[in-house]
Design a protein around this ligand. Structure first.
Ligand code: FES
Length: 71
């Protein structure tokens, strides 16, 4: 998932794993790992998630959508 929280851009990588979601270290909004939707925070808020696959013992993340959105 995208590292930046849509609230005030805190890094979600510094957050806490809560079940199958990540809690933002800023103000506690929490996002589902499966689809990025806020499970705690404003309704309809979400972060981008990216497809991940395992191949040959490595994890590969498809960031092609991220590049298009950030262009
Ligand atoms: S910056 Fe993430 S909840 Fe405020």
């Amino acid at each position: 998932m995208d590292d930046r929280c849509p609230h005030e851009r805190f890094g979600l990588s510094g957050g806490e794993l809560v079940g199958e979601a990540v809690r933002c270290p800023g103000h506690g909004w929490t996002f589902a790992l499966s689809d990025g939707r806020a499970v705690r925070g404003p309704e309809g808020m979400r972060v981008r998630v990216f497809p991940v696959r395992e191949r040959g013992g490595n994890l590969e993340v498809d960031l092609s959508d991220a590049r298009e959105a950030d262009a």
